[in-house]
Design a protein around this ligand. Structure first.
Ligand code: AMP
Length: 420
C-alpha cells in the first residue's frame, strides 16, 4: 500500500460536505461584497516568492517546495496566494481590465512545515485582495468581510485582533526603538530571534519560544511609534469597526511573519483550535505591487485557512441531505419501467437513487432505508399491468397507488409537502 504523503490528506464523504459549505458561503459572501474570483496556477517561478513573500521569512527560508524543472527553471509550489494575485494583477493590467480590483481566490497551498492539528503541508486558503484603494474604510471593509465569514459559518468562539505596524516613514523608528530596548537581552533570545534581529527585527514578535516571552513582552509597541498619517489611518479603521459593532482588541504582538505588511494587520483567532488558533490573517501591503514590478498601487487582503474553518464549524454543519426518492423494481417488466421513472425523476430535478443491479425487493427496500429516502416508488407486478405504481411515504410508512402518468407530480407533491 502506498500511503498519502505526510501532511496531506484526502477529503472524504462525511467531511467533504463541510468543505462544500465553507467554499459556498465564502464564494457567496465575496460576491456580495463585490469581489470577483481569480484562479492562478499552483506553480510559479521561485523568485516570485523570494521577492514577494520575502527572503527573510520562514516560508522562503525553510518551507518552500521548490525544484528545477526539465527546462532548467526554478519552480515553486505556491506557499501563499498573495504574490500570485499581485503577479496576475500586474501581468494582465487588471486595474484597467476590470471595473474594480477586489479579487478573491481559493485553492491549495504548500509549505514544508511540521504537521500537527490545523497545520499541514498541503492546505487550502481563501485569499482576498484589494488593490489600489487606500481609504481606512477599505481596511475596515476587508476586516468586515473576514468577520462576516466567521459569523456566516456560525463559528461562535472567535476573536478579532488588530494592530498597525506603520509605514516606510515610521517603521524604521519603531525598529530602532525595538533594537535599543532589546539591548543586552538580545543574546538571551533563541537562535531564530538573533537571526531576525539582523534581518527583520519586527519578526521577533512572532517568536513562540516560551523562554523568550518575558523579554518580548517588555518590548515597545508599534502603535506608540506611528507617524501622524498612520495614527490617523489606524484610528479611522477602529472607528469604522466600532460603527459596525465589530468587536476588536489591539495586539502589539501582531506584526505577522511576512515582510510586505504596512499599517493595518489583523487576525481572527478561533478558540477551539488548540495551538494553531489563527483562522485567518491579513493586512495592508502598500509596497508589494511596486516591488514586484507593478505600478505604485497599495494592497490589502487576508488569507483564511479552509482546514481551520472546517475544523471550527459547528458539529453537523453541512450534512448532506439524503436522496429524496428511491425507485424499487419487481421483476423484469418492473425494472424496465423503473429505469424510465428513475431518469424522469432526475430530469425533473428530484434527487433519486435506484439499485442498478437486480436485487430482491426486500434488499431494495433495505437500501432505501439506509439511504434515508423520503419516498420510495415501487414498480411492477399487477399494478403496473393496471398502469399504476406504488408510492411509499417512508416517514409515515404509508403507501398508495398512483397512475404511472402522474408519478413525477405525485413524488414532487409529497416532497414539497414534507419540506413545508
Ligand atoms: P498565512 O498565509 O501564514 O498568513 O496564513 C493565513 C491562514 O492560513 C492562517 O491563519 C491559517 O488559517 C492558514 N494556514 C497557514 N499555514 C497553514 C498550514 N500549514 N496548514 C493549515 N493552515 C494554514
Amino acid at each position: 500500500m502506498i500511503a498519502a504523503i505526510r501532511g496531506t490528506h484526502d477529503i472524504l464523504p462525511g467531511q467533504v460536505e463541510r468543505w462544500q459549505l465553507v467554499e459556498r458561503v465564502a464564494a457567496e459572501l465575496c460576491a456580495r461584497y463585490g469581489y470577483v474570483e481569480v484562479r492562478t496556477p499552483v506553480i510559479e517561478r521561485e523568485e516570485l516568492f523570494s521577492k514577494g513573500t520575502g527572503e527573510t521569512t520562514d516560508i522562503v527560508q525553510k518551507e518552500m517546495y521548490s525544484f528545477t524543472d526539465k527546462g532548467g527553471d526554478r519552480i515553486t509550489l505556491r506557499p501563499e496566494a498573495t504574490p500570485s494575485m499581485v503577479r496576475a494583477y500586474v501581468e494582465h493590467s487588471l486595474e484597467h481590465a476590470l471595473p474594480s480590483t477586489k479579487l478573491y481566490s481559493m485553492g491549495p497551498m504548500f509549505r514544508y512545515e511540521r504537521p500537527q492539528k490545523g497545520r499541514y503541508r498541503q492546505f487550502h486558503q481563501l485569499d482576498v485582495e484589494v488593490f489600489g484603494l487606500n481609504d481606512p474604510a477599505v481596511d475596515a471593509e476587508v476586516i468586515d468581510l473576514a468577520w462576516s465569514l466567521i459569523e456566516a459559518l456560525q463559528i461562535l468562539q472567535a476573536e478579532l485582533v488588530i494592530n498597525s505596524v506603520g509605514c516606510a516613514e515610521c517603521r524604521p523608528k519603531f525598529q530602532e526603538a525595538l533594537l535599543a530596548a532589546l539591548g543586552d537581552d538580545l543574546p538571551k533570545l533563541c537562535g531564530d530571534c538573533q537571526r531576525r534581529a539582523k534581518t527583520n527585527p519586527l519578526r521577533i514578535y512572532d517568536c513562540k519560544v516560551p523562554a523568550d516571552q518575558p523579554i518580548i513582552d517588555r518590548l515597545p509597541h508599534s502603535v506608540d511609534y506611528l507617524c501622524e498619517a498612520c495614527a490617523t489611518h489606524f484610528a479611522a479603521v477602529k472607528g469604522h469597526l466600532d460603527g459596525w459593532q465589530i468587536p476588536w482588541r489591539v495586539s502589539h504582538r501582531l506584526v505577522r511573519g511576512l515582510d510586505y505588511y504596512t499599517r493595518t494587520t489583523f487576525e481572527i483567532l478561533g478558540q477551539t483550535l488548540g495551538a494553531q488558533n489563527a483562522l485567518l490573517g491579513g493586512g495592508r501591503y502598500d509596497g508589494l505591487v511596486k516591488s514586484l514590478g507593478g505600478p505604485d498601487r497599495t494592497g490589502i487582503g487576508f488569507a483564511a485557512g479552509l482546514e481551520r474553518l472546517v475544523l471550527a464549524l459547528p458539529e453537523g454543519a453541512g450534512a448532506e441531505p439524503p436522496p429524496r426518492a428511491f425507485v424499487a423494481a419487481i421483476g423484469d417488466d418492473g425494472r424496465a419501467e423503473a429505469l424510465k421513472i428513475l431518469r424522469e425523476l432526475r430530469r425533473a430535478g428530484v434527487s433519486t437513487q435506484m439499485e442498478l443491479e437486480a436485487r430482491s425487493i426486500k434488499a431494495q427496500m433495505k437500501r432505501a432505508d439506509r439511504l434515508a429516502a423520503r419516498v420510495t416508488i415501487i414498480v411492477g407486478g399487477d399494478e403496473l399491468a393496471r398502469g399504476e405504481i406504488t408510492l411509499r411515504d417512508m416517514r409515515a410508512s404509508e403507501q398508495r397507488a398512483v397512475s404511472r402518468a402522474s408519478v413525477v407530480d405525485a413524488v414532487r407533491e409529497l416532497l414539497t409537502r414534507s419540506a413545508g
